[in-house]
Design a protein around this ligand. Structure first.
Ligand code: ZN
Length: 154
């Protein structure tokens, strides 16, 4: 129990606090091609995710809103991780991230799939925080659906 608490403290100190204080891509994008609103009533986290898609490319991602440190840091890092990827890659990353945090046993494929975001796995030790960490990604999922234009299938 104590070691788990220490792990989360470390997360707060090293990365989460930084992103919470200075969220990246924190803006309302008037040129957004898709907007999704995510709410986690349990904690009070609420974010708008803005997406600018150009063909199959996720050209720009930004978010606006408020929430706890984990939800905000997760949203901030999500925008960094997804920007510049194809919608398909973004969606795969989203699946890995949500899978890593919500599946009964964390799979090595998900751990590998999320890359440097893998430290979020520590949030599994705090089930109430899982919804905070995955909120922005679930909103991203909706935003990606909203812009699904099927430009090219293969
Ligand atoms: Zn929260």
């Amino acid at each position: 129990m104590n070691t788990q608490a220490v792990r989360l403290d470390e997360l707060y100190q090293e990365v989460i606090l930084d992103h919470n204080r200075n969220p990246r891509n924190y803006a309302k994008l008037t040129e957004a091609t898709s907007v999704a609103h995510g709410v986690n009533p349990l904690c009070g986290d609420h974010f708008d995710i803005y997406l600018v898609k150009e063909g199959a490319l996720v050209k720009k991602v930004a978010f606006e809103g408020d929430g706890c440190a984990i939800s905000k840091a997760s949203a901030s890092m999500m925008t960094q991780a997804v920007q510049g990827k194809s919608a398909q890659e973004a969606s795969a990353l989203k699946d890995h991230f949500i899978g890593l945090l919500t599946e009964p046993a964390p799979s090595p494929a998900h751990r590998e799939g999320v890359g440097r975001l893998k430290f979020f796995e520590g949030v599994r030790n705090f089930p109430i925080r899982v919804k905070c960490a995955t909120l922005a990604w679930r909103a991203l999922e909706e935003a990606l659906k909203g812009t699904e234009k099927q430009v090219s299938t293969e």
